[in-house]
Design a protein around this ligand. Sequence first.
Ligand SMILES: CC(C)(COP(=O)(O)OP(=O)(O)OC[C@H]1O[C@@H](n2cnc3c(N)ncnc32)[C@H](O)[C@@H]1OP(=O)(O)O)[C@@H](O)C(=O)NCCC(=O)NCCS
Length: 233
Amino acid sequence: MDINEFIVQVALPEHRVFAEEIVTEMAESAKARGTGIAKRSPDYVAGKMIEGKAVIAFHKDGTWAGFCYIETWSHGQFVANSGLIVSPKFRKAGLAHAIKEKVFDLSRSLYPKAKIFGLTTGLAVMKINSDLGYEPVTYSELTQDEEFWKGCQSCVNFDILKMKERKNCMCTAMLYDPATQKHDAAKKFAEELQKKPRLYERFMRIKQHLVVKPKPKSGLKALMFLFTLLFHK
Ligand SMILES: CC(C)(COP(=O)(O)OP(=O)(O)OC[C@H]1O[C@@H](n2cnc3c(N)ncnc32)[C@H](O)[C@@H]1OP(=O)(O)O)[C@@H](O)C(=O)NCCC(=O)NCCS
């Protein structure tokens, strides 16, 4: 499958007829991965399309292929590109990359001063974010807007987040800060992961161990040390 077979565009109000299909796929994919997800309703997704704050992708034959939308927090100081989903039959063709790039550009043009962030357990998303200039950060550097964190309540890992007093969880936090762009560190992180595919598995294993350990402070310190190792090798 070739990326040229797809059309990736800012979603229009008439695309809301795809909202149900998108939400169903989001829920089914989360179930298949056995990971957490912040639940969305078809109305919410349709609202994003109507506001011009979403990106949708189609195969040339008109089949829906992928989606992602913009959310703002802390009165527009933070932006998240959330709900990334690619239809299973169109995966591994570079479509998530193309969608994230488009929604990133849309976010930058709508909110040029905002910090753009993401929370993810997925390697694909970590890679894409790194390419876009995001870097791993601690949770304290993300929005502290209560509404954002409420979205985690429907995640299977919510008890861990609560136990860790919102300082850490299974997701890796990544941030693009237009004021202090450190593209190099993020790129190095992505290259390191690409060179050593087993590194990611090890990283997640260690992280899981640290996150469930009953010493939050030392766990967090060790995690940051791990990031330092990844960056400065
Ligand atoms: C994650 C997801 C969006 C990736 O979509 P995709 O179109 O297959 O991704 P792309 O083809 O653009 O791949 C992007 C990069 O990630 C890699 N990648 C894709 N799927 C991967 C996977 N399951 N595991 C590891 N790496 C993966 C690709 O090799 C590519 O790396 P490269 O740039 O070094 O070549 C898709 O699998 C999906 O919709 N999953 C379910 C929902 C989900 O997990 N959303 C993310 C929530 S944070």
